[in-house]
Design a protein around this ligand. Structure first.
Ligand code: SAM
Length: 282
């Protein structure tokens, strides 16, 4: 398009020139719709003061959009062919913005990005690892103040679900440890090449203070509570607490009804349960 963004023809030409055959294992579906790219950049609300962390820049569709809005972009790409091609793609399409980009060839799940002090995560995430990547980055990169991620529609529902809703579960409760989470729109599958077999959704996360208590202990309670979704918390947390009576004791100490189910408890409640077992064990 006129503003240098990549459309359908450009994406195919670029892929052919680089010999890229998109793989499912790496979740490679590339955006080829400039309107969607502009919409993501707008919804992310990034500005000149932001250092944007983009996970999985791929052929650079979103990267080009972000460079026009952010102070700088750090792009982390696991695929060596895509990582090494990105600087020249940007240099040829938006030469004046090329020095705002740095590319890191790495797995976003294992590289330490905290030293780069990114302020915002903006990413069209590979589907199969979207939730672990988001949680990992929120945990290990404290400078991140917000995130706007594109994930498959069902995962967007789960991440943003409030307690008591049908899709509330482990991803919702864990993401809520770090952030206020909300859905920010849906994206049809047709804007990707190749076309995936699901639609996508945008999720916005804004950092807030976590509940009091230990994150690890709280996440262990969340995992146990949802491992047996249909059971009462008293039963579901028996293994975690060392018996149903102990689970009941911790739940009462936390001010939680032992016959409630995990799907009704917010992250603050899970944190209180985790701390309560701690206290009753001392
Ligand atoms: N951002 C591009 C776009 O919107 O067109 C590409 C998005 S595609 C859904 C996901 C990208 O993430 C691919 O480029 C893939 O190679 C990369 N990727 C997959 N797993 C990754 C990981 N663990 N760390 C970093 N990048 C990864």
């Amino acid at each position: 398009s006129d503003d240098g963004l990549l459309g359908p023809a450009e994406i195919r030409t670029l892929a052919a020139r680089l010999g890229v055959r998109p793989t499912k294992t790496l979740g490679q579906n590339f955006l080829h719709d400039p309107n969607t790219i502009r919409r993501i950049v707008r919804t992310a609300e990034v500005g000149p003061d932001d250092v944007v962390l983009e996970v999985g820049p791929g052929l650079g569709s979103l990267t080009l959009g972000l460079l026009g809005a952010a102070g700088s972009v750090v792009a982390v790409e696991i695929d060596p062919v895509l990582a090494s091609a990105l600087p020249s793609t940007v240099a040829s399409r938006m030469p004046s913005l090329a020095d705002r980009l740095s590319v890191v060839e790495a797995d976003a799940m294992s590289v330490d990005l905290s030293g780069l002090r990114p302020t915002a995560l903006v990413a069209n995430l590979p589907y199969n690892v979207a939730v672990p990547v988001v949680l990992h980055l929120l945990e290990t990169v404290p400078s991140l103040r917000s995130a706007l991620v594109m994930v498959q529609a069902e995962v967007a529902d789960r991440l943003a679900a409030p307690p008591g809703s049908r899709t509330y579960g482990v991803p919702s409760a864990k993401a809520a440890w770090y952030c206020a989470v909300s859905k920010a729109g849906s994206v049809p599958r047709a804007v990707f090449w190749p076309v995936p077999n699901v639609d996508s959704g945008l999720v916005r996360l804004v950092r807030r203070d976590p509940p009091d208590g230990s994150r690890k202990d709280t996440f262990a309670v969340i995992d146990a509570a949802f491992a047996q979704r249909r059971k009462t918390l008293r039963a579901a947390l028996a293994g975690w607490a060392g018996g149903a009576p102990r689970a009941e004791e911790a739940l009462r100490a936390a001010g939680v009804d032992p016959t409630a189910r995990g799907e009704t408890i917010d992250v603050g409640g899970f944190a209180r349960i985790a701390s309560a077992r701690h206290v009753s064990h001392k």
